[in-house]
Design a protein around this ligand. Sequence first.
Ligand code: SF4
Ligand code: SF4
Length: 287
Amino acid sequence: MIISVASGKGGTGKTLVATSLALSLEDNVQLLDCDVEEPNAHIFLKPAIDRCEPVTIPVPQVDEGKCNFCGKCAEVCAFNAIAVLPQKVLVFPELCHGCGACSYLCPQDAIEEAGREIGVVEAGRSGNIDFVHGRLNVGEAMAPPLIRAVKRLVDTQKTVIIDVPPGTSCPVVEAVEGSDFCILVTEPTPFGLNDLTLAVEVVRKMGIGCGVVINRDQAGDKSTEEYCDAQGIPVLLRIPLDTAIARLYSVGVPLVEGMPQWQPAFHSLFEDIQQTMMTQSTGEKSE
Ligand code: SF4
Ligand code: SF4
């Protein structure tokens, strides 16, 4: 089973949830940190990394001896990564998505591809947890290929927890794709609700069931619960606004390690997810 842990925006506590959930499951667990621009699950799990692989994307290299400057490569590139001048072809590697269209369509066979490193995938172990994360090079914009490289290491024999990048853009879709369920972590504020609404739209469009964890919960604003009720989305767990929890987070201590009394809640979270998946799939069949 693959469970992704996402949030409409950064700083809502998805890594807190992902790491504590992984630590609460006895074994046969794999955690993939796909938040490749700012991976931080390793700060909490402190894995012993034993593998490191560079990840490259193929970018074009033009042989101007063969090129007739016809401009077809620039026409076909959807990302403006090639410009053709009367006597020169300019390639902008940082804009190239490595799709290969330009080399495939070049009538002069003037384009070769060379690997450009965008980051690394590191893997190792933290106690009973198989750990994998990606680290995108500083200033690099091509997160999706690195996320794909991290996800190639998914072990389907295990319960897989994916820490998803924040937001609702391409890297999020890439990380959540293929999940059996998505936990959406939010906080009970108007901004939190706005971002949650967008995240729910994305996972629903992807056909993936979801449930909500409310972090920094406090008495007062009930709009998140009302929204979840109206949408038929279960609120699976509430983590209160508590300076002791914030202090643990700030020094890189997982919640269930610093406050072991939270272990049963994360166990129940996992059971509730299984139950919700059954209910949601039964509901879909009967529609
Ligand atoms: S498509 Fe090929 S021949 Fe045409 S400009 Fe691009 S590299 Fe040159
Ligand atoms: S490989 Fe794709 S993205 Fe890169 S320059 Fe060629 S057409 Fe553009």
